[in-house]
Write a protein of this length. Structure first.
Length: 94
């Protein structure tokens, strides 16, 4: 599936639903991995630690706009679950 640079071939585009599924799955995996750390770290420590690789993988597989979507989803999930106040999108402290 990797393009051969010498031949100039471009791999066929991935279907939109596959790219969207990988984007959502990456963010979900980042959330689950960070949630697993909650047993050893405080709930608000390192809120984005597993979302960085999730965004990189989603962007690599889906392209620029799926990377932007994964950034937005990761920000919402991290704010909801790991940033004070927990289970709220409000940020009281800057």
């Amino acid at each position: 599936m990797i393009a051969d640079i010498a031949s100039g071939e471009i791999p066929p585009h991935r279907q939109w639903w596959k790219r969207l599924s990988v984007t959502v799955a990456c963010v979900l995996a980042g959330w689950l991995l960070r949630e697993a750390l909650s047993f050893t770290l405080p709930a608000t420590a390192l809120p984005f630690i597993f979302f960085f690789p999730a965004v990189a993988l989603a962007t690599w597989y889906g392209g620029f706009w799926h990377g932007v979507l994964s950034i937005a989803l990761s920000g919402l999930v991290a704010t909801w679950f790991f940033i004070e106040p927990i289970h709220s999108l409000a940020i009281h402290r800057l």
